[in-house]
Design a protein around this ligand. Structure first.
Ligand code: SF4
Ligand code: SF4
Ligand code: SF4
Length: 257
């Protein structure tokens, strides 16, 4: 049994309490300017999109078999049995393959920082491990975001559609997409309006495609190229960081004279 979130867009009033709670939980800045931003970013792990008074929450989908984890060469991302796809920044070498692999465009990179890392919603793993709901769930005043066992939430989502068919698009997003996700979504308007494309996403886990493609490549030549490219990038990045630190120290010395 693993935990999941059920977001029901028909119950969402766009108050953004989930955004604020997420920022507090993850010690991120949050003010009116950030609240108005309509994209997930390195400082905004969840966003409530608004179109004509219809809402849609976006956050990491916590895929059952995550593509981000399958391409990470150092295992910085991994799916836990409890549900969350977590990220260990100490392991991350900054190659950003996860960003290229994620079908939902979730991982973001701290481009403006000297020592950047990848950022994304990690589904409050400490809370989940302690049997508590995620911070965004706890803050939601309408029950639009609900936390629970994935199988029970799937059943509940189906029941909601059955009991109120005119309220919903007859599809629970996240049961099958990319092999299933630990975030399930119900909507009253076409998912495509908010950039979610159930008809275009494969039902198989994306890592399967990675393996299928790799198995057809003789001697894994492009993979070797990717690894070498990664090594080059790390070396290059270290040089950049060292240069930036040296410049900063020089400036400090100049300022303290
Ligand atoms: S949505 Fe993207 S970042 Fe989140 S678990 Fe799936 S592949 Fe990884
Ligand atoms: S699950 Fe946790 S990290 Fe993810 S959006 Fe909610 S509060 Fe933020
Ligand atoms: S807290 Fe709940 S109602 Fe408010 S924006 Fe987030 S999901 Fe919607």
């Amino acid at each position: 049994m693993s935990k999941a979130l059920l977001y029901d867009a028909t119950l969402c009033v766009g108050c953004k309490a989930c955004e604020g709670a997420c920022a507090e939980q993850n010690k991120l800045p949050y003010d009116e300017t950030i609240a108005a931003e309509q994209v997930q970013s390195d400082h905004k792990f969840t966003v409530v999109l608004n179109k004509n008074e219809k809402y849609m929450r976006r956050l990491c989908m916590h895929c059952q078999d995550p593509a981000c984890a399958s391409v990470c060469p150092v295992g910085a991302l991994h799916k836990t049995a409890a549900g969350p796809v977590v990220y260990e920044e100490d392991r991350c070498m900054g190659c950003r393959y996860c960003m290229a692999a994620c079908p939902f465009g979730v991982p973001k990179y701290e481009w403006s920082k000297v020592l950047p890392k990848v950022q994304k919603c990690v589904m409050c793993p400490d809370r989940v491990a302690a049997g508590r709901p995620t911070a965004c769930t706890e803050a939601c005043p309408t029950g639009a975001t609900k936390f629970g066992e994935r199988e029970e939430l799937i059943q509940e989502a189906r029941d909601r559609i059955r009991q109120n068919p005119s309220n919903y698009v007859p599809h629970v997003f996240g049961i099958e997409e990319v092999g299933g996700t630990s975030v399930l979504i119900l909507s009253g308007v076409a998912f495509e309006e908010f950039g979610l494309k159930p008809n275009e996403l494969p039902k198989d886990p994306l890592p399967l495609y990675t393996y299928r493609v790799l198995s057809r490549i003789p001697d894994f030549v492009p993979l070797g190229g990717m690894v070498l490219g990664g090594v080059w990038w790390i070396t290059h990045r270290r040089e950049e960081v060292a240069a930036a630190e040296a410049a900063e120290k020089k400036e400090d010395r100049g300022g303290s004279r």
